[in-house]
Design a protein around this ligand. Structure first.
Ligand code: ZN
Ligand code: ZN
Length: 270
């Protein structure tokens, strides 16, 4: 079918983790918008968040989503997913899909965050890398490759999240080389990357994750994309999806993937 901005979103958060709305509220909002499907991808627990997210009990988390999904099955398909960091011993069999993300890098026996603030990011680069930004960049990408190798996800989440605050120089040749090398490794395992609009409607960036040059590389290497908003409430379920479509087309994509009860299908960009 032809892609439109109310078909689906596979990166959404509810109050199972740090989202602000309940599962039912999110689903009802998606039905109002005319979505065909919705994926719930609450965060896996990590020690750094000090969280006791409900997703820590995978069986209950996914069973609850599936129970509520049944109630709405005449109107919308709801899928049980997980936004997975590398600190959680997850069980694949519970989930309809896995979205792999990196919110923390591993360095010096510690795990500093990459998306808390520009100041925290600058401190991380100074403290652990002696100010050498490219070493920080390479650690982030190398952690991402390892994470994907280990968890074998269905979707790569916000691949360059650490560009959120504009601290990283994404124009340098060495940055672009490191990013392209990571894409080429990851794409052999998981060909599907999300175009994530979260930083646009939250006012952090004027473009999506990943950066347009990375999208071009994914396209050149035969990768696929899904369009997600990473919303933490129901109000941005298709936030900035029009922009995502433009970025996808500009990078050369002709299709966007969508999850169905029979696996992923591709919708055509008109
Ligand atoms: Zn995330
Ligand atoms: Zn997220």
């Amino acid at each position: 079918m032809i892609y439109n901005t109310s078909l689906s979103n596979l990166h959404t958060h509810t109050n199972f983790s740090d989202g602000k709305m309940s599962l039912c509220e999110n689903i009802e909002r998606a039905v109002e918008l005319g979505f065909m499907s919705l994926g719930i991808s609450d965060h896996s627990p990590t020690p750094m968040w000090g969280s006791d997210f409900f997703t820590g009990n995978e069986k209950e988390y996914t069973a609850e989503i599936k129970k509520v999904a049944d109630k709405y099955s005449d109107n919308i398909d709801v899928f049980a997913g997980l936004e997975l960091d590398s600190f959680f011993d997850f069980h694949r069999e519970y989930y309809d899909y896995i979205l792999a993300s990196v919110h923390f890098i591993k360095v010096g026996g510690e795990c500093p965050p990459v998306d808390w603030s520009g100041d925290v990011q600058r401190e991380t680069i100074m403290k652990y890398f002696g100010g050498r930004e490219i070493d920080y960049v390479k650690t982030y990408f190398s952690d991402f490759v390892s994470h994907v190798e280990n968890c074998r996800p269905d979707i790569v989440g916000h691949f360059d999240l650490f560009t959120k605050f504009g601290v990283i120089n994404t124009d340098s040749d060495e940055y672009r080389k490191a990013a392209r090398e990571a894409v080429s490794e990851i794409i052999k395992i998981c060909p599907r990357f999300e175009i994530n609009t979260g930083a646009i409607f939250r006012g952090y960036k004027s473009s999506v994750y990943p950066d347009p040059f990375i999208l071009e590389e994914i396209c050149r290497l035969g990768g696929k994309v899904v369009i997600n908003s990473d919303c933490h409430d129901g109000f941005n379920l298709n936030g900035a999806f029009d922009s995502a479509v433009s970025f996808a087309k500009d990078a050369g994509f002709t299709h966007v993937d969508r999850l169905t009860n029979n696996g992923f299908v591709s919708d055509e960009l008109d």
